[in-house]
Write a protein that binds this ligand. Structure first.
Ligand code: SF4
Ligand code: F3S
Length: 104
């Protein structure tokens, strides 16, 4: 499966949802997540994210993010259409430590 990681927090560009063939993105207040049970591993979303937030879970150190994606995709609503990112999205791009500061 692919997972959405920290770089999405406060950016939410939503380019990813437009290309997913199985509509498996879910939207929280500060970030999106992928439902690992629905993702078919096609990989088309990865290059679409301007924040480079989407990674295959085969990369090292993504256990926490796999858990976040699995848990919250069961709680948050499905999102299938691109929408405007937050006005300050670019200011948060590439910022580190967003999980501790903003994740809810
Ligand atoms: Fe959707 Fe494919 Fe991305 Fe999985 S890898 S979330 S199926 S676009
Ligand atoms: Fe987030 Fe990137 Fe999608 S910032 S909403 S994973 S395009």
């Amino acid at each position: 499966t692919y997972v959405v990681t920290e770089a999405c927090i406060k950016c939410k560009y939503t380019d990813c949802v437009e290309v997913c063939p199985v509509d498996c993105f879910y939207e929280g207040e500060n970030m999106l997540v992928i439902n690992p049970n629905e993702c078919i591993d096609c990989g088309v979303c990865e290059p679409e994210c301007p924040a480079e937030a989407i990674l295959p879970d085969t990369e090292d150190g993504l256990e926490k993010w796999l858990e976040v994606n699995a848990d919250y995709s069961e709680k948050w609503p499905n999102i299938t259409e691109k929408k405007d990112p937050p006005a300050d999205a670019d200011a948060f791009k590439d910022q580190e430590g967003k999980f501790d500061t903003f994740f809810s």
